[in-house]
Design a protein around this ligand. Structure first.
Ligand code: ACO
Length: 323
């Protein structure tokens, strides 16, 4: 049985750090409010010349270095983003070109904060279906460019960045002790569109638009949706919370992360949290968190790692993999 095994990982952040104190001079907010409601202490914001493609390229190069590979060894690039450099061509193709790769294929997937889960799921399907052997999956975002910087209810929550992993086809036994992706679970429901969306687009306003969010409504749905896809991952593999080494959640809000872990009986020592450092970087948040925890030695080869996310759409999903 073919498995999609993590061969390498990497990440990239913009140069500029913006603290909560920095935001106090822009909008009517406070470090205390932001930390207490979200756990965010700082975020990175893209400056001149930094774009989704440039951050994605840097994360991709770091993942290739980590894997000991070059772009010549890849056959597919999947970029999860909701903040492309241009409406088209796909930013993945831009990154492919920046990497000097002119073979294979590259495309974007768009599932907002669940984008990386959707990207890994797509890569895993290509690999298990025999259509690709090595897939670079990137989550890269520049949400700062979609924010209404006069709206304190949203502008304090988000940041920019990129993370990437390389998945490689390897023969497995089909058991849970195999390294690689063990199960993926995807969901979406467009009935929730108005709760988190961008009020512009090429086919409606002809503008880029700004992010709009009913934060309390999103919060109300988040824990239930996250629990749904985590329980589905456990059911599909016959595993339980006790089997997990690490939960690496989408980093939107500390309270959502803690609430989901508590409901599932996952001790907080097993949860990777980077929302304090990065803010909510949408599709980039999970690979950024993976990069931190795998680089500092917490996530080790053979560990059972659960990824989950929920975001605009709504979309939500999980990936259970053995690192
Ligand atoms: N600074 C100070 N006060 C603020 C700020 C701010 N930045 N933002 C809002 N407030 C005020 C509000 O105006 C309100 O004041 P009022 O009572 O006088 O009207 C008060 O704080 C409480 O506002 P709420 O919106 O009720 O605050 P809540 O406790 O719900 O926290 C938050 C808001 C943090 C947005 C929370 O609802 C949340 O985390 N929601 C989920 C959002 C999320 O995770 N989104 C991302 C998931 S999807 C994706 O990642 C794209």
């Amino acid at each position: 049985m073919i498995r999609s095994v993590v061969r390498g990982f990497g990440a990239a952040l913009p140069k500029q750090v913006v603290t909560n104190a920095d935001l106090e001079s822009r909008v009517d907010t406070s470090d205390e409010w932001i930390v207490q409601r979200t756990g965010i202490r700082q975020r990175y914001i893209a400056g001149e010349g930094e774009t989704t493609a440039s951050l994605g390229e840097a994360a991709a190069r770091a993942a290739l270095d980590n894997a000991g590979l070059t772009a010549a060894d890849l056959d597919l690039i999947i970029l999860a983003t909701s903040t492309p450099d241009n409406t088209f061509p796909a930013t993945a193709v831009n990154i492919q070109n920046r990497l000097g790769m002119h073979h294979g294929a590259a495309f974007d997937v768009q599932a907002v904060c669940s984008g990386f889960i959707f990207g890994v799921t797509t890569a895993d399907a290509y690999i298990r279906g025999g259509l690709a052997k090595r897939v670079l999956v990137i989550g890269a975002e520049t949400f700062s460019r979609l924010l209404d910087w006069t709206d304190r209810t949203t502008c304090v929550l988000f940041g920019d960045g990129a993370g990437a992993i390389i998945l490689e086809a390897q023969e497995g036994t089909g058991s849970n002790s195999d390294r690689g992706v063990l199960t993926t679970q995807l969901r979406s429901d467009g009935a929730h569109r108005e709760k988190l969306y961008v009020d512009g687009g090429p086919s409606t306003t002809g503008t880029v638009g700004h992010l709009r969010m009913e934060g309390r409504e999103v919060f109300k749905h988040a824990v239930g949706m996250i629990t749904d896809v985590i329980e589905a991952a456990f059911a599909a593999t016959g595993t339980t919370a006790d089997d997990l080494d690490w939960l690496v959640p989408h980093q939107a809000n500390r309270r959502i992360i803690d609430g989901s872990a508590k409901k599932l009986g996952i001790p907080l020592e097993k949860v990777v949290v980077t929302v304090d450092l990065h803010g909510n970087t949408s599709a980039a948040s999970i690979p950024l968190a993976l990069n931190v925890a795998a680089s500092d030695g917490r996530i080790k080869k053979g560990d059972l790692v659960l990824l989950e996310a929920m975001g605009g759409g709504f979309t939500w999903g999980s990936v259970l993999l053995r690192w």
